[in-house]
Structure formats: C-alpha cells, structure tokens
Design a protein around this ligand. Structure first.
Ligand code: CAA
Ligand code: NAD
Length: 278
C-alpha cells in the first residue's frame, strides 16, 4: 500500500513511523524542510528506543528507508490512503482537502487525524465524501493501541472496511463511532483536562497536587496538566472551541487560563513551556 501522511509533527511523524514499521511505503509531507528534518529526528529516536527493547521486527534503518520526506503535495498522486495530521483548524484543513481531492488518484482514500473537527465537513471539501473518513490515532502513536475510526455522513462501507483493516495491520485496535463534535475520545477526555486547568486558575490546589491527585487517585498514567502539555495547549484549546461551538453547552467553555496561555505562546512540551518547563 502507498501510504501518505500530511504534517510531520508529533502525530504525523508517529503515524508515518508505525505505517513504515508495518511494511507500507510511506510519503510524508510538510510545508518546510526544517519541519521534515525535525520529524525525521523524532522518528529516529523512537525507532532506536523500540529497537533497544526488541520491539522492532526490522532494523531501524530499514523502517526509516520506507519513508520518503517531501514538501510537494503532488507526491501523493499515487497514494492509496492519505492521513492528514496538520494544525487543528477547520479552515486550514478544508483548504488542504480541496487541493488534495484534485491530486490523489480517484480510488485513493483520504483520512483526517483531527481530534474534533466534523469529518462530514472535511469530506465535503475533499469532493470524495464516500472515500473520506476520520482515522484518529492517539499520542504517542508508536505506543498507544487505539485508532478511533469516525464515519462521516457519506463514508462508504468499503472505505470503513479498508481503513479498519489498515489500522489492524498497523497493530492497532480500531473502534468506530459517528461524527459528533470531539467524537468519543475528546468529548470525554478534554472537559476533564479543561476542568483541571480551571482548578489551577481558581487556586483549588497547586499544579503538582492536581496532577498527583488524578495520577495516584485515579491510576491515570499522567496527570491532566502533564497530559495537556503533552498534547499541546493550542490543540486542547481548539478542541474545546469545537466542543463548545458544536454542542452549545456552557460546560464546554474553554478555561480563560487555557486561552491566555495559548495567547502567550505557552503551548506545552512542543514550545518548551506550558504548565511545566521542558
Ligand atoms: N516511541 C518510543 N518509545 C517511547 C515513546 C515513543 N514515542 N514515548 C515514550 N517511549 C518510551 C520511553 O522512552 C520509556 O522508555 P524506558 O522504559 O526505556 O525509559 C517508555 O516508553 C515508558 O515511558 P515513560 O517511562 O516515560 O512513561 P510511562 O511509563 O508513563 O509511559 C506513556 C509513557 C505511554 C506515554 C504513558 O505516560 C501514557 O499512557 N500517558 C497517557 C497518554 C495518553 O493519554 N494519550 C492520549 C492523549 S489524547 C490523544 O491522543 C487524542 C487527541 O486527539 C488529543
Ligand atoms: P504539531 O503542531 O505537532 O504538528 C503539525 C504539523 O503540521 C507541523 O509540522 C506543521 O508544520 C504541519 N502543517 C501545518 N500546516 C500544514 C499544511 N497546510 N500542510 C502540511 N503540513 C502542515 O501537531 P500535532 O500534535 O501533530 O497535531 C496534528 C493533528 O493531530 C491535529 O489535528 C490534532 O488535533 C491531531 N491530534 C493531536 C494529538 C495530540 O496529542 N497532539 C492526538 C491526536 C490527534
């Protein structure tokens, strides 16, 4: 299978890595060579770690050799499946899918790794709604088992079948849901992270105590503030905005502290500073 990935950030890089590890030929595109270089370095580090633990079937170089890095969207012309993992912004994603719909061969499936944006709207922009689907990987992609498969209003059974089988070939467990804001994963997860941020703002406890209470008390692998930093505070804010707009209820209103931190450029791990320093 010719597997395409758009965006070489934390998610796109991880998806490309796992696809290559599964034996697919992968093309990864980003807007600048510097972002591709950064993505490649992250993949190399992750492959080295997995190799050290005996969790790679092939040598890291062999896996990396299956990935081609490019800045050209035209390189997706022959792709069987393209997964988009760029910034969580509906207008930017829709514009990309409008362009991509005219480039990828007609039989190719387009998928979005969006955390929350309506799949049906992106499908419509692509001009091939029956061959469009949500393929939502979890972070960090090489370690997390779930792929949330989101069917848009016109997604065909055949598209859903191919994408489900592809996720399985990638060693993941696909679980399907319908197209509602935030799907299942982020409709449930993100209000909890937002509430933890609201607790910081209101002075309910200090950040270490909030994280410690949720980690030790609920047996979560990471506290909610650590996890928000890990996901990216810009992404968390975008998801909350989609939930708030799409579901209407005030319980989804983004915390003002989350908004302020994003305005200040404190995006979490990827910017070096969020609730913690990296
Ligand atoms: N590739 C390869 N190895 C990795 C890795 C990666 N990307 N990330 C971490 N590791 C390795 C670490 O190096 C470490 O190796 P050693 O044992 O040799 O030190 C090992 O995995 C375990 O990691 P840690 O000791 O740092 O920490 P951990 O045991 O807590 O496991 C974790 C890490 C799996 C990330 C765990 O903390 C976890 O499950 N956290 C929660 C993740 C989560 O909730 N993800 C979903 C986010 S929401 C989402 O993705 C959807 C959305 O739309 C926002
Ligand atoms: P990121 O900021 O790490 O990476 C985004 C990448 O996309 C960057 O390298 C950027 O240069 C590139 N990009 C931006 N616009 C582009 C365009 N028009 N064409 C090509 N490349 C472009 O973000 P991320 O955390 O990897 O998130 C990517 C997507 O995955 C978002 O939709 C996000 O909601 C979703 N997602 C994120 C997580 C998470 O935990 N971070 C989990 C699941 C899904």
């Amino acid at each position: 299978m010719n597997f395409g990935v758009i965006g070489a950030g934390q998610m796109g890089g991880g998806i490309a890595q796992v696809a290559a590890h599964s034996g697919f030929d992968v093309v990864v595109q980003d807007v600048q060579q510097a972002f591709l270089d950064r993505g490649r370095a992250t993949i190399e580090k992750s492959l080295a770690k997995l190799h050290e633990k005996g969790k790679l079937a092939d040598a890291p170089d062999v896996v990396l050799g299956r990935i081609r890095f490019t800045t050209e969207l035209q390189d997706f012309a022959d792709s069987d499946l393209v997964v988009e993992a760029i910034v969580e912004n509906e207008a930017v994603k829709a514009e990309l899918f409008r362009t991509l719909g005219g480039i990828v061969k007609p039989s190719g499936i387009l998928a979005s790794n969006t955390s929350s944006i309506p799949i049906t709207a992106l499908a419509s922009a692509s001009g091939r709604p029956e061959r469009f689907i949500g393929m939502h990987f979890m972070n960090p992609v090489p370690l997390m088992k779930l792929v949330e498969v989101i069917r848009g209003y016109q997604t065909s059974d055949e598209t859903a079948r191919i994408v489900t089988e592809t996720a399985e070939k990638m060693g993941k467990t696909p679980l399907t849901c319908n197209d509602f804001p935030g799907f299942v994963s982020n409709r449930i997860l993100m209000p909890m992270l937002n509430e933890a941020i609201q607790c910081v703002m209101e002075g309910v406890a200090d950040k270490e105590a909030i994280d410690g209470i949720m980690k030790l008390g609920m047996n979560h692998p990471m506290g909610p503030l650590t996890l928000a930093d890990f996901i990216g505070l810009d992404t968390c804010l975008s998801i909350m905005e989609v939930l708030h707009r799409g579901l209407g209820d005030d319980k989804y209103r983004p915390s003002p502290l989350l908004r302020k931190m994003v305005q200040a450029g404190l995006l979490g791990r990827k910017s070096g500073q969020g609730f913690y320093t990296y």
